[in-house]
Design a protein around this ligand. Sequence first.
Ligand code: TYC
Length: 103
Amino acid sequence: MSDNDAAAKPKIKTKPKLERPRLYKVMLVNDDYTPREFVVMVLKAVFHMSEETGYRVMMTAHKLGTSVVVVCARDIAESKAKEATELGKEAGFPLLFTTEPEE
Ligand code: TYC
């Protein structure tokens, strides 16, 4: 490397701009079989919701087909959705929680 080459290199260090990791939504999916009270119980147990919030989220899914439960990091969203779906399965209900990236 000649003196010239060294002079051509800018000495200013730029901070690499890291992309913020995408957030994920946990969605509650309506079905015709899981009792309303059971859905609220799962929302309280897994997502630490109050009775009132759990009831509102459950009724939104009941009326519209789906409801957003929480928005968080991908790994947390996926493990919570799995845990909540598993509680329904263990009780013999088709209760389903899914995850999807936020826009
Ligand atoms: N639709 C169910 C019923 O009438 C209740 C329910 C609500 C089930 C929301 C799932 O995600 C759900 N028993």
